[in-house]
Design a protein around this ligand. Structure first.
Ligand code: GLA
Length: 393
């Protein structure tokens, strides 16, 4: 009898934990993060202006609501161990209030180690205290970046060479410690793991209270790096769902080093992956092209579809790649990707993706309904380009 009660209690605890994550991130979080553009120079003024721009450009209304301050905001701890921001961030509570006043949400960054990747103060031995401070500042999102904690893991492995699981156990314990601390604040805070995909976080992330986890090392503003990350996500779809998302890193759209076709490939792949969409560009310098990619309604609707399923690869043939994502209402999103250096024809058999009698096809980037199609759908696609479709019955 006691065992039955215990199992029932455990099931209840597990379901409430998951419920908390779903409450924080029922769909892939969308917003903006300071790192890809401002990196270590970000200031309070930059973040306030990003919040203003999210509103004035229409990004907020398109769904981008998190304003996330990445690394390098931290100052020192006071005598009681409370963390304070550095000179570039005079008042974090006031910054949070400002962000909230715009109908946006406030995100912050730390590390389970003594130092962040940028060499600023991490949260080791201050997890509960920091979580409490963040909640007091009105934080809605925490990115927790492994950084220097990895050195402690390597050191422990050296001291215990026979214990092959020590690094993994330490890492999971460190992430769980902050996950528990965030939960204890009672504030729904999206918990975003950043440990570069080490040891399959998609398998243990939900157990430490995470709403999302990075699946790879860092992105940069190059087509080569972006597709290396994006197309390596095949096979991970079963690990995503409400409250727990695979994160192939932030967006580079608008940072200037890729062509329009390459950025459309980036956005198409990320929405098919139901990836968190965190823009990383200078919002004050968005071109019409950047806006048309980041704010395309159909593309965003694919990412945010209420069925909440991640897409996956249908087939790959040399440099051609076809991905699908199931959508609500029996619809399917399809991405036809041309990674080659020449213009190529790419096809998808509509019967193979559930449309034996054909379906209505919408071309997302052209913004056009192509009418009822059946059998094999083929499109001619420019180098590094993509055709993104929504097929419905
Ligand atoms: C790591 C992360 C990046 C960024 C930097 C900040 O490299 O993966 O996304 O947060 O640290 O130092």
């Amino acid at each position: 009898m006691r065992a039955v009660v215990r199992i029932a209690c455990l099931a209840f605890v597990a379901s409430t934990a998951l419920w908390a994550q779903e409450k924080a991130a029922p769909l892939p979080p969308m917003g903006w993060n300071s790192w890809n553009h401002f990196a270590g120079h970000v200031t309070d003024a930059d973040v306030r202006s990003a919040a203003d721009m999210l509103v004035s450009t229409g990004m907020r209304d398109a769904g981008y609501v998190y304003v996330n301050v990445d690394d390098t905001w931290q100052g020192t701890r006071d005598a009681q161990g409370v963390i304070h921001p550095n000179d570039r961030f005079p008042d974090m509570k006031a910054l949070g209030d400002y962000i909230h006043s715009k109908g946006l949400k406030f995100g912050i960054y730390s590390s389970p180690g003594p130092k962040t990747c940028g060499g600023y103060a991490g949260s080791i031995d201050h997890e509960a205290q920091d979580a409490k401070t963040y909640a007091e500042w009105g934080v809605d999102f925490l990115k927790y970046d492994l950084c220097s904690y990895q050195d402690l893991m390597i050191q422990a492995q050296k001291e215990h060479p026979e214990d092959t699981g020590i690094k993994n156990r330490m890492m999971i314990a460190a992430y769980k410690k902050m996950g528990d601390a965030l939960k204890a604040t009672g504030r729904p805070i999206v918990y975003s793991l950043c440990q570069y995909g080490i040891d399959d976080p998609w398998k243990w992330g939900p157990g430490v209270g995470a709403s999302m986890w990075r699946t790879t090392d860092d992105i940069d503003d190059s087509y080569g790096r972006m597709i290396a990350i994006g197309f390596s996500q095949a096979g991970l779809s079963k690990y995503a769902g409400p409250g727990h998302w695979n994160d192939p890193d932030m967006l580079e759209v608008g940072n200037g080093k890729m062509t329009a076709d390459e950025y459309r490939t980036h956005m198409s792949l990320w929405v098919l992956l139901a990836a968190p969409l965190l823009a990383g560009n200078d919002l004050s310098k968005m071109s019409d092209m950047d806006k048309s990619i980041l704010m395309n309604k159909d593309a965003i609707a694919i990412d945010q579809d209420p069925l909440a399923k991640q897409g996956d690869r249908l087939y790959e043939s040399g440099d051609l790649d076809v991905w699908t994502k199931p959508l609500s209402g029996g619809r399917v999103a399809v991405g036809l990707f041309n990674r080659s250096w020449s213009t190529r024809d790419i096809s998808v058999d509509l019967a193979q993706i559930g449309f034996k009698n054909g379906g209505n096809v919408r071309d997302v980037w052209k913004g056009k309904d192509l009418g009822h199609r059946s059998g094999v759908f083929t499109d001619t696609i420019l180098t590094h380009g993509v055709t993104l479709l929504i097929v419905s019955k």
